[in-house]
Design a protein around this ligand. Structure first.
Ligand code: SAH
Ligand code: SF4
Length: 354
């Protein structure tokens, strides 16, 4: 069975080439073709001899994702729905910001965390994505930009698509190392953000990786009772345990951390919860940033709706008043179901009805 060439770090590729009787310098050449010139067939690697190309073709493939839908939003956001080799569907979103192009990647088919508001959690995880499949999402989007011949590059990555990245840890790490490598796409670690629902033991492991990658934690509530009612993962990793792992992360990395907080109408958006959140973050407020996210309604989760503009404003101002850094996150692509897992779940429903 062949594997994705995008799944190999340059060290792994070098090792593999040496084991197969090839010269060490070939690895850098192959990477140059893959990530700088961005060809999609091994046969196009012009300075590489036939024997080596044959060897690569026997063991690896370059492309495996098939574009099944591409939806473009009025604000320039593009959502790709890709079909994987096994027929599973995943989604990837390209967003344009004043500072560059950012891509949101998927890490799992479905998600087992099952948060009560999320479209991705509607479908149990059927499998993890391989490191190569995560990298290939970036490559597909980069190929899309290349086709416009404007020399545009994917400059930022958010790991906020379908799935819980820390539940697919090894493949996530391989992905981060490949896209960050200066010999390849060279996307700066500071331009990459990984979002987790709060797997405390993995936050500790991540802190010890000594990477400059940003971490975002989906908090969504300031106390255990409310958080457990929204996210059942809070039973396994209650707030105190989560905060301990975050303190460890802050001490170890000296980096700031982002908290995500979805505002659900009349559930977690009262001024009282804003005050409680400010108290919770008080001792780390210089290293914290809160993203307030207006909820993007999901058909199946009819119990939730978006907070009113007045509630959003009052929540924001209460946090600010207590010295907490925060923003209300600008929305992108709501007209094309750009929130986590929404396009995929709609497409699957459609397929079931035909
Ligand atoms: N599993 C990870 C990363 C993927 S979800 C996590 O939960 O952090 C990325 C972000 O999108 C999370 O903060 C999640 O809470 C948020 N999200 C999920 N569904 C949403 C919706 N319908 N509207 C707004 N944000 C949503
Ligand atoms: Fe999974 Fe994140 Fe959705 Fe929760 S919010 S179900 S962790 S993808």
């Amino acid at each position: 069975m062949r594997n994705s060439i995008y799944g190999l770090t340059i060290d792994k590729l070098t090792e593999w080439l040496l084991e197969h009787g090839q010269k060490k310098f070939r690895a850098e050449q192959v990477w140059d073709w893959l990530y700088k010139k961005r060809i999609t067939e091994f046969a196009d690697m012009k300075n590489i001899n036939k024997e080596c190309i044959q060897l690569l073709e026997e063991h690896y493939y370059i492309q495996s994702l098939e574009e099944s839908i591409k939806q473009e939003s009025e604000d320039g956001t593009i959502k790709f729905l890709f079909k994987m080799k096994d027929g599973n569907l995943i989604e990837t979103v390209l967003m344009k910001f004043p500072y560059g192009y950012s891509v949101c990647v998927t890490t799992q088919v479905g998600c087992n965390i099952g948060c009560s508001f999320c479209a991705s959690g509607l479908l149990k995880k059927s499998r993890d994505l391989s490191g190569g499949e995560i990298v290939e999402q970036i490559m597909k989007v980069q190929h899309h930009l290349d086709a416009k011949e404007l020399e545009e590059r994917v400059s930022h990555i958010v790991v906020m698509g379908i799935g819980e990245p820390f539940d697919n840890y090894a493949n996530l790490m391989s992905f981060l190392r490949v896209v960050n490598d200066p010999k390849g796409l060279s996307i700066g670690a500071r331009h990459i953000t990984v979002s987790t629902s709060g797997l405390a033991h993995k936050i500790i492991e991540f802190a010890d990786e000594n990477l400059q990658v940003n971490l975002a934690v989906s908090l969504h509530a300031p106390n255990d009772e409310l958080r457990t009612s929204i996210m059942k993962i809070n039973k396994a990793f209650p707030i105190e345990k989560l905060m301990k792992s975050i303190d460890y992360y802050l001490e170890t990395t000296n980096r700031r951390i982002t908290f995500e907080y979805i505002l659900l109408n009349d559930v977690n958006d009262h001024v009282e919860e804003a005050r409680e959140l400010a108290r919770l973050l008080q001792n780390k407020r210089h290293l914290s940033f809160v993203n307030l996210i207006p909820y993007n309604p999901v058909d199946e989760h009819g119990q939730y709706s978006r907070s009113t503009p007045e509630a959003i404003k009052a929540f924001y101002e209460t946090l600010k008043g207590k010295g907490i850094n925060c923003v209300v996150r600008m929305e992108q692509g709501t007209d094309i179901d750009a929130a986590c897992g929404q396009l995929r779940s709609k497409q699957i429903k459609k397929d079931e009805t035909v």
